[in-house]
Design a protein around this ligand. Structure first.
Ligand code: SF4
Length: 472
């Protein structure tokens, strides 16, 4: 998951930009980039591969040399960016976060006008270059951004920086947040609220879906009012949002406590896992759910294993699944006295392919656990994300939910995914039992859709829950 950060300030902002974008180091990103503008030096840009090295390490020399009071930076899933563009709209830098599902037809549209693209290795075209080309079709940058947002099927949040200002645009359905911060010297734009708070900015406001603003050190001017219907990604809260962040006024950490409380209530009503010794979370996002569960149920919270992090930073995420599983395994260090002969209830943020969780459960049994009960803090994931490059559910047939349905009923079962996701139905019960058996869980329950949306606390109509429901 990529992210971006920008600053328009009355003073030098190189270090604030550097630290601000580093706070967007989500999992599995491959490129990082920064661009700044200074009246004497003009645009200065650096891009590095951050697959095996943290953003800060790669940019620590560059940031000392960069100058300016305007800057944008990004952490990117695949493509090198920000790009520097020279067009009839002037010189500008651009970075994007999103996903273009109709890339081929948009490329055709631009090529038919006798424009060209640089080809990346593998024959791909840089999606940010494509967005820049679409913007260049219009007479102003704001008009061009609006046009690009309308043309893209998927989602597209955009930062464009000229020598005067930063244009910020949130994707048409607000799948990801874009927030503005303010301090005495100017404004920042970010996808994580805590990223600018650490740089001394206060919350100013969230952009609405499809909204476009022009940011200078002096103010924020609305270029286009919000238009689309808000469908912000519910996974921000359940999995990949950082605990300190808040989106649309709902804080990630406290949402996860509430979600854990609801799961504790379900278990009490069902009368299952009532004699466990410890409640624990699969780190990191499972842990606050476990705190909520423990507080509500009165069962003690514990950490039967700790992740070894000094040399395995959170941002380090190999691109191959096999390597990822190996890294996950190497990081897990058991605390034997909290595992041996104990009945444990572990909460994970979600169950995607199930391979890592299976290894964790085997690891707990190998260290002497008597029972391992598993709770997933969200419903079964049945659909791949269509709106951003969310690696957790890219290939639908790798999802454990779909694989179990195939095992139970074959292709026909795909017509009943909603029933399989609902534990109160016969199919839902068979689904849970099949996973328990296959994965060696003492018991398994999934958080309900209601449990997720009510923990977030926003109108469910404003949330994207496509991964679980298949409903847009
Ligand atoms: S499809 Fe899933 S991951 Fe993608 S925006 Fe919707 S809820 Fe989020």
């Amino acid at each position: 998951m990529g992210g971006f950060f920008g600053i328009a300030s009355k003073r030098q902002c190189n270090y604030d930009l550097y630290y601000g974008v580093d706070y967007h180091s989500h999992l599995g990103t491959r490129r990082g980039g920064m661009v700044m503008y200074d009246r004497e030096l003009g645009f200065q840009r650096q891009i590095h591969n951050i697959e095996n090295s943290p953003f800060r390490t790669k940019f620590e020399k560059d940031v000392d040399e960069m100058r300016g009071n305007l800057g944008i930076a990004c952490i990117s899933d695949f493509e090198p960016q920000p790009l520097l563009i020279r067009s009839h709209l002037g010189n500008f830098a651009i970075c994007t976060v999103g996903r273009i599902n109709n890339q081929e037809s948009l490329v055709e549209l631009i090529l038919n006008k006798n424009h060209h693209f640089l080809e990346l290795s593998g024959g791909n075209i840089n999606p940010t270059e494509l967005v820049a080309s679409i913007i260049n079709e219009k007479n102003t940058i704001a008009e061009g951004i609006e046009y690009a947002q309308k043309m893209v099927n998927g989602s597209m949040s955009i930062l464009v920086m000229t020598s005067e200002c930063i244009y910020a645009a949130r994707d048409f359905y607000g799948r990801l947040p874009v927030l503005i911060g303010q301090n005495d010297d100017g404004y920042s734009v970010s996808m994580e609220s805590f990223a600018y708070q650490k740089a001394g900015f206060e919350d100013f406001r969230d952009l609405g879906p499809g909204e476009i603003v022009r940011i200078t050190p002096e103010g924020v001017e609305q270029m286009k009012a919000p238009e689309g219907k808000l469908r912000i990604c519910a996974f921000l809260w359940t999995y990949y949002g950082y605990p300190n962040s808040h989106y649309e006024g709902s804080t990630v950490e406290t949402m996860r406590y509430k979600s854990g409380e609801i799961m504790a209530d379900y278990d009490k009503v069902e009368g299952i896992a009532q004699d466990i010794d410890f409640v624990a979370g699969v780190p990191d996002s499972g842990t606050p759910n476990a705190i909520g569960y423990a507080n509500r149920s009165g069962k003690p919270f514990a950490r039967p294993f700790i992740k070894y992090t000094p040399t395995w930073a959170r941002s380090f995420m190999p691109t191959s699944q096999k390597q990822r599983n190996l890294v996950a395994n190497k990081k897990q260090i058991p605390i034997k006295v909290l595992i041996e002969n104990k009945k444990l209830l572990f909460i994970d943020d979600s169950i995607v392919r199930g391979t890592q969780l299976r290894e964790t459960v085997d690891f707990l049994y190998n260290n002497g656990a008597k029972e391992v009960h598993i709770r997933s803090a969200c419903p079964p994931i049945m659909y791949g994300c269509k709106y951003h490059n969310f690696s957790r559910s890219r290939n639908e047939m790798e999802l454990i939910g779909r694989r179990i349905v195939m095992d139970l009923e074959g292709e026909k079962g795909m017509n009943y995914l909603d029933q399989y996701s609902d534990h109160s139905t016969d199919r839902g019960k068979a689904f849970v039992e099949a996973i328990e058996k296959q994965m060696g869980f003492s018991s398994l329950r999934f958080q309900s859709l209601w449990g997720v949306t009510s923990s977030i606390g926003l109108d469910p109509e404003c949330l994207c829950t496509y991964c679980w429901t298949g409903k847009e």
